[in-house]
Design a protein around this ligand. Structure first.
Ligand code: ADP
Ligand code: ZN
Ligand code: ZN
Length: 765
């Protein structure tokens, strides 16, 4: 089944004349069952009573299957001629109660996502329609006096005479102020609802009800900071504005060093779009979606801003979506899923920290928010602004090819300097007898800063840590001879490549220098905290990691305590480097920079460069100049050297050479096919056949690698395998994906296996 987006267009539908609609229209319905076999369109006749009520995206109840079981589905289009005997076509029963008629355009976007990323249409629809049911609406009630002043006084005298104290209090209160909030009134005066009802019965007052929408942000507008844009900021704003005003829409990459004032630029661009009556979506990684960030937008746009994040209750979420649909919101801020906010007049999508891996969904369809945003914007006549100090290779590559417009902010605001960065060779430390986690240089700098009352951040890089083996004496890392990624140590003492499955025996002596200091890399935040407390007993240290942020507000609490100067040292994992603004920090120490460098993944160097640059960017954002110490066993590696020089473009050139040579994205397209099953032999056979099929179907244009076992080869009693397919043309890969889907469906050997597709994966499996 192919999905032609043209047939899903809502425009054609709306231009239809009612009468012909009633005579000729059949609804194309997707039945809401997540099952490959049912992922096709079924046609239903539209009964006259529903004609005119149904639109693309509407949720309907239809009779399904032999037993005509009442089943829920979505309308994805209409047709004038049925594709089989009209006498046999069943009728739509009714529309689902409380359902939302979603934008036809979002259904169209879902069809595109299905095509691009695989999976079923149902799964794609569920992704773009995040709020399933309308939550119970919140009612706001008011009480209004119906009597005149005179009548009221008269009534009051009667109540007092009869000793009806509650009624008297209530009436007196309303005589003071004739219209009041129900809850506040009953609380303030201490009257029960029975008294209010009694007076309502007597015609003294009326109770008015209206729907209220919860607003998840409790905010106070602080005094607005006047910003005078710097030269680069002004130029960025002007470029966007001129294009927008001349009707040019496109994708911009705002590549600005840390602290260059990107957020101010986004807000000005949003203002411009909003002033023209359009709406904006701002995507921010969930972890950076802090009170501090949201308040900056509130300060500017007031309650025309709303947020969607995982901390909202289902009712709050549903209300924000409703407010957006009603046009009560101009700017929606949220993580990846906020991309599907049902604005009908979208003008701009901003993606902050666009390089973040969380913009890629880990559920089918495994879409990337960047590509999907570009597509949504194209469909709706909007622009996209991507922002980062360390752009993804994908985004920068597209700028080089002229697909995106590059806008650079090379300087920090108010001429603040970028920090000085030093690398420390930990092999030398070992040689000089220092076996501590802290190098002598970092320790000395910490002493100095603490003495001056400045703050320090210690960042322990644990990202992408996948059990690589290295030598502490010479820095040698054991790699796959075919794929040029690190081998991972598996149980049973084997070293394994996660792309191609290559294996070798574990080593106890360094093949490069003969040292016996070889092994896995281990260090935890807790160990660092203990060490810091021993070395600096007078300093106040805070630790931020998975353990200390487990409760709902743990994350915000630690960040604000540190921001308020309640601690001198903040120790944490990658969580602490995400776009926070701590003006008191003048020193950042990066412990174990190599951890992410030798993740067993082709994006390891990119991730390392990003983490180091972002971490360095935390230093010196206030008055004092910042310094950064990067501790590493691989000071010669280009991602460390370029981070030391804070040279993004230098890094990009080097890294693209590697991607080109090895055929990794964005130089080439990569499709991961994930297979899982309980029966390992059957899985093995299926993976082999699927690979052979791909090789046959893809001919010479495709390079197939694997099947290999992922790092965690067995999860919840399911064995896993991965096949990687490389190709220069994305369209060839999506076509191959379609053919593989058919092949899987037709062959019984794939039954009871779980198979998913992941295009240009962010992580290794
Ligand atoms: P980025 O997102 O690039 O790291 P921000 O937008 O967070 O940068 O800006 C860093 C700090 O500088 C913020 O406190 C912001 O309010 C401030 N700032 C940004 N632009 C200006 C400006 N033109 N004048 C003064 N302060 C600015
Ligand atoms: Zn060695
Ligand atoms: Zn390999």
């Amino acid at each position: 089944m192919t999905w032609t987006t043209a047939s899903l267009s809502g425009k054609r539908l709306r231009s239809c004349n009612r009468e012909t609609e009633r005579e000729n229209m059949y609804a194309q319905v997707i039945v809401d069952i997540t099952h490959e076999k049912l992922d096709r369109i079924f046609e239903y006749d539209i009964p006259p009573r529903l004609a005119g009520e149904l639109q693309v995206g509407a949720e309907v109840i239809v009779p399904f299957g032999r037993g005509n079981k009442e089943t829920k589905g979505y309308i994805v289009g209409f047709s004038k001629k049925p594709s089989y005997d009209p006498a046999q076509i069943k009728q739509v029963l009714r529309t689902e109660e409380g359902s939302r008629a979603i934008e036809a355009r979002l259904v169209e976007l879902a069809a595109w996502m299905k095509e691009q990323y695989g999976g079923t249409m149902i799964q794609a629809l569920k992704t773009v329609l995040p709020v399933k049911k309308k939550e119970k609406a919140l009612k706001k009630r008011r009480v209004r006096l119906l009597l005149s002043e005179e009548e009221g006084r008269e009534k009051l005298r009667i109540y007092i005479k009869k000793g009806e104290k509650a009624r008297a209090r209530l009436l007196a209160g309303l005589l003071d102020q004739p219209e009041q909030d129900y809850t506040l009134l009953s609380k303030k005066l201490g009257v029960a609802s029975t008294a209010i009802r009694a007076l309502e019965g007597q015609g003294v007052l009326e109770v008015l009800e209206e729907q209220a929408f919860r607003n998840p942000v409790r905010y106070k507008v602080k005094e607005k900071k006047e910003v005078v844009y710097g030269e680069e900021q002004s130029r960025a704003i002007r470029t966007f504005r001129e294009d927008y005003d001349t009707g040019r829409r496109g994708t911009y990459l705002l590549y600005g060093v840390t602290g260059s004032g990107k957020t101010e630029v986004y807000m000005e661009m949003i203002s411009h779009v909003v002033a023209k009556g359009r709406k904006a979506i701002v995507l921010i990684p969930e972890i950076a979606l802090t009170y501090q960030t949201v308040m900056r937008f509130y300060g500017r746009f007031g309650d025309r801003v709303s947020i969607l994040n995982s901390r909202l209750s289902p009712g709050e979420r549903s209300d924000q979506v409703e407010r957006a649909k009603r046009g009560d919101v101009d700017v929606m801020i949220g993580p990846r899923s906020a991309l599907f906010t049902p604005f009908s007049d979208l003008g701009l999508i901003v993606i902050d920290e666009e390089h973040e891996t969380t913009y890629k969904s880990e559920q089918v369809p495994r879409y990337h928010a960047r590509e999907t945003a570009v597509q949504r914007a194209k469909m709706e006549g909007a622009s996209v602004v991507l922002g980062s100090a360390t752009p993804s290779l994908e985004a920068f590559y597209r700028c080089k090819r002229g697909e995106y417009t590059l806008i650079a902010l090379k300087n920090r605001v108010q001429k603040r300097e970028l920090p000085d960065v030093y690398t420390v060779d930990m092999r030398e430390e070992l040689k000089n007898g220092n076996r501590s986690i802290l190098s002598s240089r970092l320790k000395k700098l910490m002493e100095e800063r603490l003495k001056r009352g400045q703050q320090v951040m210690l960042f322990l890089n644990r990202r992408g840590y996948a059990g690589f083996v290295s030598c502490r004496s010479c820095g040698h890392v054991v790699k796959c001879p075919h794929c040029d990624v690190s081998l991972s140590s598996h149980k049973g003492g084997r070293l394994v490549c996660h792309y191609c499955g290559y294996e070798e025996r574990a080593i106890s002596i360094c093949p490069s220098c003969g040292s016996s200091y070889v092994g896995g890399f281990k260090a935890g935040t807790q160990a660092v905290e203990e060490l810091v407390k021993r070395e600096f007993p007078c300093a106040r240290a805070l630790r931020m990691d998975m353990d200390t942020t487990r409760n709902k507000d743990g994350y915000e609490e630690i960040l604000s305590a540190f921001a308020n100067g309640e601690a001198d040292i903040l120790i944490g994992t990658q969580m602490i480097v995400k776009g926070h603004d701590f003006p008191g920090v003048t020193l950042v120490g990066v412990l174990a920079a190599d951890m992410s460098l030798y993740g067993d993944d082709y994006r390891s160097a990119e991730r390392t460069f990003q983490l180091l640059t972002q971490a360095a960017g935390r230093a010196g954002r206030g008055e004092g100049k910042g310094e950064v110490v990067i501790q590493t066993y691989s000071p010669g590696h280009y991602s460390i050297q370029m981070a030391e020089r804070q040279d993004y473009e230098g890094f990009y050139e080097e890294e693209m050479r590697y991607r080109d040579l090895m055929g990794y994205p964005p130089a080439s397209e990569l499709l991961a096919v994930l297979l899982a099953g309980e029966d390992e032999r059957r899985l093995e056979t299926a993976a082999k056949y699927l690979k052979e099929f791909a090789v046959r179907a893809g001919k010479r244009e495709i390079q197939a690698i694997g099947p290999a076992s992922p790092y965690v080869g067995k999860v919840k009693d399911m064995y896993r395998r991965v096949i990687y397919l490389k190709c220069e043309d994305y369209r060839i890969l999506t076509a191959l994906k379609d053919r593989m889907e058919q092949y899987i469906e037709m062959n019984s050997g794939f039954q009871a296996l779980w198979i998913q597709f992941d295009f240009n994966p962010m992580n290794i499996f």
